[in-house]
Write a new protein. Structure first.
Length: 128
């Protein structure tokens, strides 16, 4: 049951982040900040496609998850920069914390992957 709730929360956060990124990217493009706007918009669309992919397949892929978290983190750092440029008071800090929050699962997944590789190489050495 906990795993199901966790998966639903992951899906909700990917969906919400994609909506925020898509709307912010579109707004920036309208205000003639094309490069940043397109980067944020494309990142939002990529996250939305990932959300749809998860809903259709009901499977998570570790490499794809890492890539999407990188997209989300990078786009949220850009959004933080945009919010600072616009003079917002609290939104830059929220998006900055969220961007760092997306980096944490990446680090944890890479550590887990490295440990798995070490275990498998040790197992193969002991079998020989």
């Amino acid at each position: 049951m906990k795993q199901k709730i966790r998966n639903h929360l992951h899906n909700i956060h990917h969906f919400l982040v994609s909506i925020v990124l898509i709307t912010k990217g579109y707004t920036k493009i309208e205000h003639h900040h094309s490069l940043i706007g397109w980067i944020i918009l494309i990142s939002g669309i990529a996250v939305m496609l990932y959300f749809i992919f998860l809903k259709l397949t009901q499977k998570e892929h570790s490499l794809l998850t890492i890539i999407i978290h990188l997209f989300e983190s990078f786009a949220l750092f850009l959004t933080t920069y945009v919010y600072f440029q616009e003079g917002k008071q609290f939104l830059p800090y929220i998006t900055f914390i969220a961007a760092i929050g997306f980096l944490i699962p990446i680090v944890l997944e890479l550590i887990r992957h490295r440990q798995t590789l070490k275990r498998s190489s040790n197992d193969s050495l002991t079998e020989q």
